[in-house]
Ligand binder design. Sequence first.
Ligand code: FAD
Length: 311
Amino acid sequence: AFDVLVIGGGPAGAAAAIYAARKGIRTGVAAERFGGQVLDTMAIENFISVSHTEGPKLATALEQHVKEYEVDVMNLQRAEKLIPAEGPGGLIEIQLANGASLKSKTVILSTGARWRQMGVPGEDEYRNKGVAYCPHCDGPLFKGKRVSVIGGGNSGVEAAIDLAGIVAEVTLIEFDSQLRADEVLQRKLRSLPNVRVITSGLTTEVHGDGTKVTGLSYKNRNTGEVHRIDLEGIFVQIGLVPNTEWLKGSVALSPRGEIEVDARGQTSIPGVFAAGQTQTTVPYKQIIIAMGEGSKAALSAFDYLIRMAPV
Ligand code: FAD
């Protein structure tokens, strides 16, 4: 059995594993995709002390740093169930999708988040065939083409500004009657000649020719009228969903599915901690913050272990 078992291999999970391993305790990491969202990121310029790096490069560095320690890295492993220990000092069990189960005295949950989908016809069918979620990754594929950005929060407006420099034209569609992005971003957006903004618009369908996206339909929420736009790409920027469905019924989750933690990263189950984008208490979803939270959770787990009665 492990002393600390980390579930998730993004910045939070990697930091947790390093901090735990440096205490000389048995540490494991099970991750569906080691590197996490960093793998989908291009330029990173706010990772303090590193003025510029790229996602895949940082992901490789994370893995290398973890592997400098005696950490059992189990990549491509998806956790499906958490079973709390039977009594104080008992072992917590994590069941994996491959049928195996792992046991540990403490567990750190750092399963991050994923893009929220629109849930309209055509979205799944044309995912990666015109429907995209990561402007930094896929923007250049639409050079000179027409795209739409769904969502007028900070990420949607940032995506539209970013894409406007690459593509022919951008149509930003916001569900609300006004954009929700910071004013400075909105001002920048309005200064761009090839961006059109539609508010009170609800996307209803993604159209395609069987192999790629050809357009989308949206409903004007004021008039009920449905309009069709011809385009080649759709960037969905309507937020992130925490990867915590598998924890329902075990640790306490917020109504939005985020894990409830205290200031030390402790969840509602003794010995189970959470770190990074899955946590309720972390408002800014950033790499450096996820790493800080991961380190904190590992130190809290260690603190918990040294207070455990010898079994
Ligand atoms: P994640 O990175 O989401 O990692 C979660 C890990 O858990 C992954 O390894 C995943 O495979 C695994 N996992 C999920 N479910 C399971 C399961 N059931 N079982 C096992 N493993 C599981 N931040 C910045 O600071 N600067 C930037 O410039 C920046 N740019 C970004 C650009 C893009 C396009 C994106 C998507 C994000 C960007 N971010 C940026 C945000 C940053 O990537 C995240 O805040 C950070 O990755 C969160 O780390 P995390 O460890 O909490 O979660």
